[in-house]
Design a protein around this ligand. Structure first.
Ligand SMILES: Cc1ncc(COP(=O)(O)O)c(C=O)c1O
Length: 406
């Protein structure tokens, strides 16, 4: 008998992006197409030679640690280094507050496992990071959208949403949002932490792009503001915000090393969940990341990445100003990898993607990033993995397509 797999899949799976988009984005992989659709970092910026040196060192000096099973929490050396890094950012975490995960993507899944039951409510920004929705979805929650604008999530709406929906958690991307590129303003950051703490709803702060600032003033993380509220009598880690970050955008995603910062009890629950998921994050990757930090190479690497992406961000903004119809609007990102465009009502970015593909250029339509199905007239473009002159040509082609439909 042939197995009917379709009938066996969990009803929770659902489809994340429409097959139409998936089919068109496949076209984007062809070398002739200028792809502004990817979310991958520029591979030319990976510190390949430094990583080769560090990897050789680790294999020579500490092969037994690097190749053996390790603690589920993560290597104590790396957690210590990350705790110091967090402290320098105003988050008084110790190694016991840190869990190393196999990418932040895994942290999202583990948080879903320990916090969500079928039918629980999760507040997410509209738009939000698809990967988070995908991870949480496996645990059967309802999503409640929180709109955002150029200053990030409209947190002033939170008290009403929280009272009405009694959410288990809020998932926020305050710094260089994926997909919207925006930053939550300082005032809204303070308000978000205040509301979360007073109304007893934790915030998961996802911060993969925080180091990638190209202009403007740095802002404190929600985790730092949360800790500041709890530190009247000396430094204390806050207990409202669970903070996530990763080496994927600063070093390389191939290492799969990321970290979560949380109160000790939460870390312990996450450790139990991680035991069931993958036992531990690769020891070899953790040793490499730790040695890279010990050598003091991270700041230089981040500075190099920033310089390249800043030029690309500028190229994309200039090209949009020159080639997009004036009716389209966008947020100028101060960091991160993405830029978010809103077209006039009535234009459908998914339908127009097919036409863009004919002109050998691709972007990502915005609708799938909304949990409420809105956003048909929005799109995300990435400036990360294409050089400035190619960005300009890509944006010009996209602009032509949009202009033809106005
Ligand atoms: C907002 C956001 N969170 C999490 C991730 C996952 O990162 P990682 O490679 O650490 O799993 C990404 C990756 O693009 C992201 O954009």
């Amino acid at each position: 008998m042939t197995m009917n797999w379709e009938a066996l899949y969990s009803e929770r799976l659902g489809s994340m992006t429409t097959s139409v988009i998936r089919e068109i984005l496949k076209v984007a992989q062809s070398p002739e197409v200028i792809s502004l659709s990817g979310g991958w970092p520029e591979a030319d910026l990976f510190p390949t030679e430094q990583l080769q040196e560090v990897a050789a060192h680790v294999m020579r000096e500490t092969p037994r640690e690097a190749l053996q099973y390790g603690l589920t929490d993560g290597s104590i050396g790396l957690r210590q280094l990350l705790a110091e890094q967090m402290q320098a950012q105003g988050v008084p975490a110790g190694p016991e507050n840190i869990l190393i995960t196999s990418g932040s993507q895994q942290a999202l899944d583990l948080l879903g496992r320990i916090l969500l039951d079928e039918g629980d409510c999760v507040i997410v920004e509209a738009p939000t990071f698809l990967g988070a929705v995908q991870s949480f979805k496996a645990y059967g929650p309802r999503f409640v959208p929180l709109p955002l604008d150029g200053d990030g999530a409209c947190v002033e709406l939170l008290p009403e949403l929280i009272s009405r929906h009694k959410p288990k958690l809020m998932y926020l991307l305050p710094t260089f949002h994926n997909p919207a590129g925006v930053c939550l303003s300082l005032e809204r950051r303070r308000r978000a932490v205040e509301i979360a703490s007073e109304m007893g709803v934790p915030i998961v702060e996802d911060d993969p792009y925080g180091q990638l600032r190209y202009s403007g003033e740095p802002l404190p993380t929600l985790a730092a503001l949360d800790s500041a509220r709890c530190s009247a009598h000396g430094p204390r880690l806050g207990n409202t915000v669970i903070y996530l970050s990763t080496f994927s955008k600063t070093l390389t995603p191939g290492l799969r090393v990321a970290w979560a910062v949380a109160p000790v009890d939460v870390v312990q629950q996450l450790v139990m969940a991680k035991q069931g998921a993958d036992l531990m994050t690769s020891s070899l990757s953790q040793e490499i990341a730790a040695e890279f930090i010990r050598r003091g190479w991270l700041p230089g690497q981040v500075a190099r990445i920033r310089d390249t992406y800043r030029l690309r961000r500028d190229a994309m903004c200039a090209a949009i100003d020159d080639f997009f119809p004036s009716e389209a609007s966008y947020y100028r990102p101060e960091g991160g990898l993405f830029l978010w465009v809103t077209l006039p009502e009535g234009l459908d970015a998914t339908a127009l993607l097919a036409e863009a593909a004919v002109h050998q250029v691709a972007y990502v339509p915005g609708q799938p990033f909304f949990v409420d199905g809105r956003g048909t007239n929005t799109l995300r473009m990435s400036f990360a993995s294409v050089p400035p002159e190619t960005i300009r040509e890509g944006v010009r082609r996209v602009g032509e397509v949009f202009k033809a439909h106005l």
